[in-house]
Design a protein around this ligand. Sequence first.
Ligand SMILES: C[S@@+](CC[C@H](N)C(=O)[O-])C[C@H]1O[C@@H](n2cnc3c(N)ncnc32)[C@H](O)[C@@H]1O
Length: 266
Amino acid sequence: MVRAMSRDPSVAAAEGARGRRVPFGGQDVDEAEKAGLVGAIFATVAPRYDLMNDLMSGGIHRLWKRQMVDRLGAPLPARVLDLAGGTGDIALRVLDRAQASEDCTVIVCDINPAMLEVGRDRAWDRGWIRRPAWLCADGESLPLADSSFEACTIAFGIRNFTHIDRALAEIARVLRPGGRFLCLEFTPEISAPLRPAYDLFSHHVIPAIGEAVVGDGDAYRYLVESIRRFPDPDRFAAMIGAAGFAGIRVRRLAGGIAALHTAWRT
Ligand SMILES: C[S@@+](CC[C@H](N)C(=O)[O-])C[C@H]1O[C@@H](n2cnc3c(N)ncnc32)[C@H](O)[C@@H]1O
C-alpha cells in the first residue's frame, strides 16, 4: 500500500487557529479536528464495515453500487480512481466487470489505512493480487497528476470530508477533460411517506446494530447525523457544477435515501 498523507499538520493547525467550524455528525468541530475524528470512527468499524453495510441496508447498497458501476459504461474507462474507496467495494466491482482485461487500471484512494487493509485482504481472498492499487492519501490533496484519470467514483465518502469543495476541486484536477465523475451518497431529502419509518430506523435501529456488531453505537450515530447535515441533492449538484463539471444528472434512489450524481469534467 502506498502511503501519502499529504495534509501538512502545521497548515491544519494554523487553519484550526482561525477557528472555522465544520459539521461532524450532529455537532460542529474545529476543522483541524474533523479528519482525526472521522479517522477514529472508520478505524473502529473497518473489520466489520462490510457486514454492517449489509445489515443496515438489507443489501440495498449493493444494488445502488451496481447502478453506479453500470454508469461507467462499456468498454470501461482505462483509468478509474475510486476515492474514499475504503474496503474496495466499488473497485472490486469494477474489476469484476473488467475481468482479465488489463486495459482497466483501478486505484483505490482512502485516508484510512485500516479500511484499505481490510480491502486489500478482501481483494486477495478473491484472487485480485496485482489490482487494484491501494493508495493511502487525503482526497483533499491528492498525490496524483493532473488529468490522469478517465473516471472518478466516490461512494458514501464525500460526506465525511472536512472540505467538500476541496475534494471536488481535486477530483476535477485529476480527471482529464471529458472524464466522468460518479458520486453515490446518502441524502437528507427523504420522501414524506418514508420519513417516519426512516427516522425511527436511523435513530434507533442503526445505532443499536452498530452497538451489537461493532461495539460502537456512536460511530453509527455519527453516520445518521452526518447524513442530515449533508447538502440536499440539488445543492450538491450546484457544488459539483461550481467545481468545473457539466452535464450534471441526479438520480434519487429509494425515496431519496441516497442519490447518484453523475457529471463530466469540462
Ligand atoms: C462510508 S466509507 C465508504 C467506503 C466505500 N466507498 C464504500 O462505499 O463502501 C467512507 C470512507 O471515506 C474515507 N474518507 C473520509 N475522509 C477522507 C478523505 N479526506 N480522503 C480520503 N478518504 C476519506 C473514510 O476513511 C472511509 O473509508
